[in-house]
Design a protein around this ligand. Sequence first.
Ligand code: SF4
Length: 216
Amino acid sequence: MNKKNLAAEVVKILKAKYPNAKAELNWDKEFPYQLVVAVMLSAQATDKGVNKVTAGLFKKYKTPQDFANSNYKDLIEYTKSINYYKTKTERILKNAGQLLEMFNGQIPKEIKDLIKLAGVGRKSANVILQEIYGIGEGVVVDTHMTRVTHRLKLQPYSNQKDAEKIEVELGKIVDKKSYTDFSRSIVLHGRYTCKAQKPMCPECELNKICPSAFNL
Ligand code: SF4
C-alpha cells in the first residue's frame, strides 16, 4: 500500500474508532481565548494537569481583556502546579496584550498571524485553528503524532524536533480535508493504544496495516 492509501485507511479506521474525537482540553466555547491559554499551558504537560489548573483559572478569567488586565502575581496562584509555569504565565500575559494590540482581541484565522503571538508555535496554531474554527490548515505534530506516524512509516522522522519537517511530509500524503480528523484521532490513538513504552499491538485496530505491528 502506498503512503497516501495507508494514510487514508488510517483516517477511515480511526474515525470509526473515535467518531467524536476532539482535543481533551476543557474550555468554554463562548470564550475561545480560554482554548488559546489552555494550549499554551499544555506544552510539556498533560491535558489532565492543564484541566485541573484551568478549572479554577477560567472561572475568573475568560477573555483576552481579563488576562491582559491581570498580573503575574495573581495568575501564578492558579498556574503554579504546571511545569514551566513562570515562563508560561509571562507568555500568557504577553500574548493577551499582543492579541488586543495587533488583532483587536480577535483570534486570527491563519497560522502566519497566530505564530506572531507569544507562546504560539505551529503546533499550537494548528490546534487553535482546528478546535476554534474547524480549520485544518496543517496536521498537528506533537509527540504522539511523531511516534505513531513514524511507526506507521508514513514519515521518516522519530524526533519531535523535526516537527516542521513531519508536518510537511504528512501534508503531502494526508488528504487536506482529513487534517483535523487525522490530527485528533492519531493523538488519541497514541495516548491510549500506540503508547510510547508499550504499544498495544494485539488490540490495535491498525495492526493489519501497520508495518511495525508486533515488531517493537
Ligand atoms: S499496530 Fe502497534 S505499532 Fe502499529 S499503530 Fe498499532 S499499536 Fe502502534
